[in-house]
Design a protein around this ligand. Structure first.
Ligand code: GAR
Length: 195
């Protein structure tokens, strides 16, 4: 059984889907949900699902990513995760942190990578006149949002879409994609799988 830790920064809707899926014949179990924001709504949701939580406020370490990450590593290493999932975790991680979890860390990003790494993905897709948008689950490497793609889900961009309406349509598909890809990843399957 693989041990999974999940990092969040906000509402944690993807985290909830991952935790709910890790039951029965699933090859993994959740061991920790951690956040860089003690007020992240997802922390209470994780606790309600019976998953241990930790919060390390990045604002206590202004301009010092390395010390923030050292503090975050304490509860994380105590939980002895085999896999680290980023689920709406909005801090950039240093190469030193990423190297420690090399081959064991995955992320969900709200665009069809390699299009639109970084922020404001939905606004950028609309501004570009794209007819399709979506989400990508990928392995995390030191290149931001550029690691090997494990799977994608696509949605249409509809006339009159705003970043908010498009984000909601994509998020629904994220909730299908991420649990499926984590299940495969935990079972050792790394070939790309699109839905
Ligand atoms: C999701 O749309 C996720 O793809 C995105 O943040 C949202 C988190 O929602 N992640 C990123 O933008 C990463 N750069 P959630 O907290 O409800 O899962």
């Amino acid at each position: 059984m693989k041990r999974v830790a999940i990092l969040i920064s906000g509402g944690g809707s993807n985290m909830v889907r991952l935790v709910e899926d890790m039951q029965d014949d699933h090859p993994a179990r959740p061991v920790l949900v951690a956040s860089n924001d003690p007020a992240a709504a997802g922390l209470a949701k994780a606790a309600a699902l019976g998953v241990p939580t930790a919060a390390v406020d990045h604002r206590a370490y202004p301009g010092d990513r390395a010390t923030f990450e050292a503090a975050l590593l304490e509860p994380l290493l105590d939980a002895r995760p085999d896999i680290l999932c980023l689920a709406g975790f909005m801090r950039i991680l240093t190469p030193a942190f990423i190297d420690r979890f090399e081959g064991r860390m995955i992320n969900i990003h709200p665009s069809l990578l390699p299009k639109y790494p970084g922020l404001h993905t939905h606004a950028r897709a609309i501004a570009a006149g794209d007819t399709e948008a979506g989400a990508t689950v990928h392995e995390v490497t030191s290149d931001l949002d550029s690691g090997p793609i494990l799977g994608q889900a696509r949605v249409p961009v509809q006339p009159g879409d705003t970043p908010e309406t498009l984000a909601a349509r994509v998020l629904e598909r994220e909730h299908q994609l991420y649990p499926l890809i984590l299940r495969r990843f935990a079972a050792g399957q790394r070939e790309r799988f699109d839905i």
